[in-house]
Design a binder for this molecule. Structure first.
Ligand code: DX5
Ligand code: ZN
Length: 219
């Protein structure tokens, strides 16, 4: 894939002005909305659930990229399809029957993603990569925005890129956590297709401009 994508993470938005922030992303150069769902079990934090995502979906004009940091995600696949999710990403570490889960996501008309915690090797995807539309490489431990980028990610991305090419798969590589102007270009050079950015975008003085610059940097 030649076009590199930016997906601002709404976890870092101002929830008191959520519609405003969703519309800012709509009107920006960003490609997707990244939506982080946390259950307080798989990760220590709780973010938001269906009613909030429903509001986001109502105001969004872009692709909804939903990242589930929850145990037993199969229970909610249909609910997320009904809400209008385009990509639904589950954690490798949360699925006992990953193949079945991915098929269930696709059967609901969504693209299927798999997220890997920082300690999880990309080589574990060897036998399933062709069934995966997107691999989300976590470059922080999931659960919170605003953490520092883990440097080992570059190596992981290169290995994953090699695996995808070796298996002739169309899988996209997404990076999530601590993405900023310092690491963006290097990540894309290593093989990344989609960059998620939360704090870097929403805590900046001019988020629209920050998104624009990030896109230019990786074009
Ligand atoms: C972390 C989430 C990320 C987070 C990224 O668990 O999956 O999507 O919002 O936030 P930043 O860009 O601030 O690290
Ligand atoms: Zn995320």
């Amino acid at each position: 894939m030649s076009t590199k994508l930016v997906a601002p993470s709404l976890l870092a938005a101002d929830f008191g002005n959520l519609q405003r922030d969703v519309e800012m992303v709509n009107q920006s150069d960003a490609d997707w909305h990244h939506i982080d769902v946390m259950d307080g079990v798989f990760v220590p934090n709780i973010s938001f659930g269906m009613p909030v995502i429903k509001s986001i979906a109502q105001h969004s004009t872009k692709i909804l990229d939903v990242h589930l940091m929850i145990v037993d995600p199969d229970r909610y696949i249909k609910a997320f399809a009904d809400l209008g999710a385009n990509y639904l990403t589950v954690h490798y570490e949360a699925c006992n029957h990953l193949h079945r889960t991915l098929q269930a996501i696709k059967n609901q008309g969504m693209k299927a993603g798999v997220a890997l915690n920082p300690h999880t090797s990309v080589h574990l995807l060897e036998d399933i990569i062709q069934d995966i539309d997107l691999v989300c490489v976590m470059s922080v431990n999931p659960g919170f925005g605003g953490q520092s980028f883990i440097e080992n990610t570059y190596q992981k991305v290169s290995e994953l890129k090699n695996l995808i090419e070796k298996k002739n798969s169309n899988t996209l590589i997404e990076i999530d956590g601590g993405v900023n102007a310092t690491n963006a270009k290097k990540l894309v050079d290593a093989g990344a297709d989609v960059l998620v950015a939360g704090s870097f975008v929403f805590k900046s003085e001019n988020p629209t401009e920050t998104i624009k610059k990030l896109k230019e940097q990786i074009a």
